[in-house]
Design a binder for this molecule. Structure first.
Ligand code: PEP
Length: 251
């Protein structure tokens, strides 16, 4: 059975005191969960604090990005070894906000992917079409290109450490969730590309998360879909009670 992963992307939100309040509310509510991965990806500055606050709990911490060099004169960048040494286990790569505002491309996604794997981090590689692309009928072409170029060169045991997140750009932060049927259609297509690239056995074990206005009200329907193995959650992961309900989805 595929691993289920519920990951929160905190983007550029939360002060230190808000982080502490969240952790004190959230930790006790998830202590007994052992059948799914729970991941929180805060701004870099809070990673170490959260690793310490969630010690002894099932909650894992991730970065929201990484640079592909290990170290050097790259002002404001963060490397894989730095994330790892701070206690992170996951890292988000190629989020649509990074692609839109920070010029990330499938090529840089690919470099970051290998940097993450080299550092022992689990990469969550984000892909997804814009509204224009969906309306012009090019969703599947866009997904095909993003998967093939973003994951180029991936092989062997590294394939089994991959997590993919399908996040239709038109659904991120807009309140417009893809219907479970639309999401399932694209997830199933992504799995077929992964199967062509890595074989059916490996593709069958890669978690594909859905992201885009996931909320307590829609998580159960999404998780009931055959190829949806979890969620990448922005806004609704910022409050402990709503994120707990998403983590404790029922399907
Ligand atoms: C995200 O940031 O990856 C995301 C899906 O955001 P939201 O849940 O707020 O749409």
């Amino acid at each position: 059975m595929r691993k289920k992963v519920i990951a929160g992307n905190w983007k550029m939100y939360k002060s230190l005191s808000e982080v502490k309040t969240f952790a004190s509310e959230f930790k006790d509510m998830v202590t007994a969960i052992d059948d799914r991965e729970i991941v929180i990806c805060p701004p870099f500055i809070h990673i170490r604090t959260l690793v310490e606050l969630f010690a002894g709990s099932p909650v894992k911490i991730g970065g929201q990005n990484l640079f592909w060099e290990d170290e050097g004169a790259f002002t404001a960048e963060i490397s894989g070894p730095m994330l790892k040494s701070a206690g992170a286990s996951y890292v988000i790569i190629g989020h649509s906000e990074r692609r839109q505002y920070f010029c990330e491309t499938d090529e840089t996604v690919n470099k970051r992917l290998f940097a993450a794997l080299k550092s022992g981090l689990m990469p969550i590689v984000c892909i997804g079409e814009t509204l224009n692309q969906r309306e012009s009928g090019s969703t599947f072409n866009v997904i095909d290109t993003q998967v093939k170029n973003g994951l180029k060169g991936l092989a062997g045991g590294d394939v089994l450490r991959l997590v993919v997140a399908y996040e239709p750009v038109w659904a991120i932060g807009t309140g417009k969730t893809a219907t479970p049927e639309i999401a399932q259609e694209v997830h199933s297509y992504i799995r077929s590309i992964l199967s062509d690239m890595f074989g059916s056995e490996a593709s069958g074990s890669i978690p594909i998360l859905y992201g885009g206005s996931v909320k307590p009200e829609n998580i159960d329907m999404l998780m009931a879909q055959k190829d949806i193995d979890g969620a990448l959650v922005g806004g609704a992961s910022l409050k402990a009670d709503s994120f707990v309900r998403i983590v404790k989805y029922r399907s």
